[in-house]
Design a protein. Structure first.
Length: 132
């Protein structure tokens, strides 16, 4: 019952009912990445290109698409990584979830979220004071 409700009411959790139906009707499975995301193609877009889409495993986050699959999804290559021996370049880093809103988020020096005292104002900046 939980999975049915998630399928009906959440777009960020895998796929919706519409995507599931479209995939069943027109989708041809192309491959799967190391994170468990499944890639499909089928039908034609309004630009005359073949439609390509991904069904995420779990939370839908676009940055969770590996570099090889990203190129295929955006029509930069016609051959998906599942049909070639794709090896990521050494400068291509693996997926790291977006830490915004979590304790691992970046907090610059002077941020109210950083413990300690804020640094004194220096330079050509003078803080505004009422009547000053």
């Amino acid at each position: 019952m939980k999975n049915l409700l998630l399928l009906m009411f959440t777009w960020w959790n895998g796929q919706t009912m519409g995507t599931r139906f479209y995939t069943w009707r027109f989708g041809k499975r192309v491959g799967e990445d190391e994170l468990g995301n499944v890639y499909y193609e089928g039908g034609m877009s309004s630009y005359g290109l073949q439609k390509r889409w991904v069904i995420y495993k779990g939370y839908a986050e676009a940055s969770a698409i590996p570099p090889g699959w990203h190129g295929w999804m955006h029509h930069r290559t016609d051959v998906p990584p599942s049909k070639e021996d794709y090896v990521a370049k050494d400068w291509q880093v693996g997926h790291r979830p977006n830490p915004t809103g979590s304790p691992q988020a970046y907090r610059p020096p002077g941020s109210l979220a950083v413990a300690g005292e804020r640094p004194r104002v220096t330079g050509d900046y003078d803080a505004w004071t009422p009547g000053g």
